[in-house]
Design a protein around this ligand. Structure first.
Ligand code: UDP
Length: 427
């Protein structure tokens, strides 16, 4: 066993506050991941400080999640929301604010696990000054994301070289799916250690209520056929493909088909604009009566919506991992998802749901209909999904794998990590 100091670690998530409300602008999977990993590592004996950027004057500096797990908000740039693409220039201040906090509290860390490319820069900077192990998770790769868009944003000039240096120099990069690992190798670099440890979900919270009970609690028709979207309003999520697919579903005219689009948005912000655009499409297709927008789903109702749905649809154009499908599968709800990225890892087509080409409205409509038309098969897919999540994607299991990786790295035993670790999570 190590002395206690070795078990004190920092998770750094400059642009994904682990204590934030989830489900609206720029607060999604990364925030959930960092918070859950932090809290579960603390349960497994680690002392965890999670650093993020303070983005409002009235936010508390410290949020204590448990006796050994806290979020620490440090100043870096103005105390206002700034999009991720605007944060690079504030990173030196982030580093000095973190150092000032550590001096004040007399704490140091044996390891930092950084999240998203901005934080990788912070970790690499700290690692040059202190004897630190650095583990990194990208959450999204600029090198992949920019391939799908017509014009490279200016931030690409900063992001792409940082992503490459990170992969080539940090102690270990965690890919959350074999697809993400392959993308790193193909588009970023052949050098550096990559280990696969997937994202997780809360298997106690999701799957703890029956469909009937969930519908009763939400006031939904017990006999309706319900398709559900959960996620942020972001064009990359492909919500319009789902709306168009439901519009042409065979079931539209003779079953009580309903579409629920769950996610937060704020008027005038990018997510508010995307929601307006989606609502306009709903109107144009004459689907107002069958479509509802319950807003941001939270700890009181998210698990109920997943359980109430007959099918959960994830029409993303690109998804490095995607927590939504594993939350749905944990709730025994089959998933129809785009055949891209991490969705190819989490969803097993014909076993836990169906994978279809992204943006292909006909294919989404056909896949959704196949599931909604066959209750027995739907239940079978749902049970298979639950089994898959219990086997591979519980936070407890994921965090145990991360803890074992940290232990090895802290002990200086990092040789051949990539070859040794990868088979652990092979599907
Ligand atoms: N989410 C939520 N409430 C909402 C919409 C989304 O809690 O109204 C959560 C969702 O349950 C999931 C996360 O936000 O845990 C989204 O993560 P995912 O990896 O699917 O997508 P990202 O937002 O990272 O692109």
């Amino acid at each position: 066993m190590f002395p206690d100091q070795n078990r004190r670690i920092a998770l750094i998530s400059v642009a994904g506050d682990p204590a934030a409300e989830i489900g609206q602008e720029e607060a999604g999977g990364q925030n959930v991941y960092v918070r859950q990993v932090g809290e579960h590592l603390a349960k497994q004996g680690w002392i965890v400080d999670m650093y993020t950027r303070k983005s409002h004057a009235d936010q508390p500096e410290i949020v204590q999640h448990s006796p050994t797990c806290r979020t620490i908000r440090v100043q870096a740039g103005p105390l206002e929301f700034r999009s991720r693409n605007e944060l690079f220039e504030y990173l030196p201040e982030f580093v000095s604010s973190m150092e000032a906090f550590q001096r004040r509290e007399s704490v140091s860390y044996s390891l930092v696990h950084t999240h998203y490319w901005l934080s990788s820069w912070v970790g690499m900077n700290l690692r040059q000054k202190y004897p630190l192990v650095q583990v990194h998770t990208y959450h999204s790769l600029g090198a992949v994301k920019y391939k799908a868009i017509a014009q490279m944003p200016t931030v690409a000039m900063q992001r792409l070289p940082v992503e490459k240096t990170c992969l080539e120099t940090v102690d270990c990069v965690v890919a959350t799916s074999p697809q993400e690992q392959a993308h790193m190798r193909e588009y970023v670099s052949e050098l550096g250690n990559v280990v696969i440890v997937p994202c997780g979900t809360d298997i106690q919270r999701f799957g703890n209520v029956s469909r009937q009970e969930a519908r009763a609690q939400l006031g939904l028709d017990p006999d309706a056929k319900i398709a559900l979207y959960v996620g942020r309003f972001d064009p990359r999520k492909g919500i319009e493909t789902l709306v168009q697919a439901i519009a042409q579903s065979k079931l539209r005219d003779h079953e009580n088909l309903q579409l629920i689009i769950g996610g937060g948005s704020r008027p005038g912000k990018s997510d508010g604009n995307e929601r307006d655009r989606i609502e306009k499409i709903v109107h144009e297709l004459g689907m107002q009566d069958m479509t509802s927008f319950p807003g941001r789903l939270d700890e009181t109702n998210l698990h109920l919506y997943y359980a109430a749905a007959d099918v959960s649809v994830v029409p993303s154009h690109y998804e490095p991992f995607g927590l939504v499908p594993i939350e749905a599968m944990a709730s025994r709800t089959p998933v129809v998802a785009s055949d891209v990225g991490g969705l190819q890892f989490t969803v097993v087509s014909e076993e836990t749901g169906l994978l279809v080409p992204p943006k292909d409205v006909d294919a989404f409509a056909h896949a959704i209909d196949r599931i909604l038309e066959n209750d027995t098969w739907r239940a079978e897919l749902g049970n298979n999904g639950r089994h898959r999540v219990e086997t591979y994607f519980s936070w407890e299991g994921v965090t145990t794998q991360l803890g074992q990786l940290y232990d090895k790295l802290i002990q200086g035993n990092a040789k051949n990590l990539e070859q040794k670790e990868t088979p652990q999570v092979a599907a």
